[in-house]
Design a protein around this ligand. Structure first.
Ligand SMILES: Cc1cc2nc3c(=O)[nH]c(=O)nc-3n(C[C@H](O)[C@H](O)[C@H](O)COP(=O)(O)OP(=O)(O)OC[C@H]3O[C@@H](n4cnc5c(N)ncnc54)[C@H](O)[C@@H]3O)c2cc1C
Length: 408
């Protein structure tokens, strides 16, 4: 067992507010109350952190294992919250743009005195810019014409356009000298918030750790290299042994069937694979007799087939009844998981008729909708019914908790 075994309570930032703790613990459900929360996280360590994608991939997806203290428990379907820090370069750039050194003293959200550098690194969201921040910033310089055109209900679209691809450093660079007292930043910037990651392990197999599957976000906009706050932290500054504050977050709306014999269909392209690795490990550990079918998709088989060896091993072991993959860039016509569902519509419907549970995890913007459309088609075709009938069928599945989604 690794880890210091203590909640991080080095100052009031992490002190529990009772109402928040109760709310959090109420959400975790009976018998699953968590000792550590977002306001009082566990001081975990990174045990393992490696790249899952191969060289040449357009994606950078990592497998990260974090140590747990004895007594910390999770169930497949749960998530782990990670409390990130802003990277030093981003903090330095913000300080330069603001014209401060970083050793100035400020009071944090709980009135604890810290340096401005620490505030920008651990307390304030200096990543993706929001319209709210522009509005608060503009209040500090009401006569600045360039800022005036970005505030108020009439300028919403213009402000959104300005925010796209920009961070606080861009605002402070474009409109310098506005923040005359570093304490004002606590009104301008939102709090640095934890990021959630679907757990990709079964505790029956890994009793002392929690695994995650993290896509590292990197991009360039407006002449600057950017990265996601938490995924960048895990990607660049979280080698083995690095301290990482975490908390476990229960999700009772994404659970394996209680009946171990029920068939399960899982659709998890990209990092959507995460909870299904957990589901499959759990079912394998339990020796659950129910059949398992996984649809996985990514760009290229050679570089992006996450957990390929483990999944193929599960096929050989008979744990995975079917493994259907869709690698969109491996052929001229793009192929996605929803296409594979359509190709296998008849058998998908047969499984549903046998009581299969249908799970979807991953991208909420397009994939989840396209998969639902393919599923409705499969139901309509299989039942010789209409799409209205298919919608009713799916609504019944939802009521029976046989259609569950974890999309973000
Ligand atoms: C329940 C749940 C489970 C999740 N599970 C996982 C998981 O298993 N694996 C996983 O990787 N993530 C998962 N996520 C997402 C994760 O929580 C983070 O949102 C994600 O890692 C990004 O966080 P970040 O701090 O790295 O990026 P942030 O600092 O939050 O930045 C992300 C923002 O950057 C901007 N951006 C990104 N790319 C570009 C671009 N090319 N051009 C311009 N702007 C851009 C977008 O505005 C985007 O919203 C999950 C989320 C939830 C809610």
């Amino acid at each position: 067992m690794t880890g210091s075994g203590n909640a991080i309570c080095r100052d009031a930032f992490y002190h529990r507010e009772m109402s928040e703790v109760l709310e959090q613990e109420a959400k975790t459900g009976a018998g699953h109350a968590q000792k550590y929360t977002r306001n009082s996280p566990y001081a975990s360590n990174v045990n393992v952190n490696y790249l899952l994608t191969a060289e040449g991939s357009e994606k950078e997806t990592r497998h990260v294992e974090l140590a747990l203290e004895e007594g910390m428990t999770y169930t497949p379907g749960d998530a782990v919250g990670i409390i990130p820090e802003n990277r030093a370069e981003a903090v330095d750039d913000a300080l330069k743009a603001l014209g401060y050194k970083g050793d100035e003293r400020v009071l944090d959200h709980y009135k604890v005195e810290i340096s401005l550098e620490e505030a920008l690194r651990t307390r304030l969201g200096i990543g993706k810019l929001s319209r709210g921040s522009i509005g608060q910033y503009a209040k500090l310089a009401p006569n600045l014409d360039g800022l005036k055109v970005l505030i108020g209900p009439d300028n919403r679209a213009r402000a959104e356009e300005y925010c796209w691809g920009r961070e606080f450093v861009d605002l402070a660079t474009d409109f310098p000298g506005v923040v005359t007292d570093p304490q004002q930043l606590f009104n301008v910037l939102q709090r640095l918030t934890p990021r959630m990651y679907s757990i990709s392990s079964s505790q029956k197999v890994h009793p002392d750790s929690v695994h995650t599957t993290v896509r590292v976000i990197r991009y360039e906009t407006h002449g600057r290299d950017r990265q996601g706050v938490a995924s960048g932290h895990l990607g660049d500054r979280a080698g083995e042994g690095t301290a990482m504050p975490i908390f476990l977050h229960s999700n009772n709306n994404f659970r394996l069937p209680e009946e171990a014999s029920a068939p399960v269909i899982m659709v998890g392209p990209g990092t959507g694979i995460a909870p299904f690795r957990a589901f499959l490990e759990e079912r394998q550990a339990d020796g659950a007799p129910g059949e398992n079918w996984l649809f996985f998709g990514e760009q290229r088989e050679k570089m992006d087939f996450l957990y390929k060896d483990q999944l193929q091993g599960m096929v050989k072991a008979g744990v995975l009844t079917h493994l259907h993959t869709a690698f969109s860039r491996d052929q001229h016509n793009k192929v996605y998981v929803q296409d594979r569902i359509q190709e296998n519509a008849k058998e998908v419907f047969e499984w549903l008729e046998r009581g299969a549970y249908f799970y979807v995890c991953g991208d909420a913007t397009r994939m989840a909708k396209d998969v639902e459309t393919a599923l409705l088609d499969a139901i309509a075709k299989g039942s010789n019914g209409t799409l209205e009938h298919a919608a009713e069928y799916l609504a019944t599945m939802k009521k029976q908790k046989r259609y569950q989604r974890d999309v973000y």
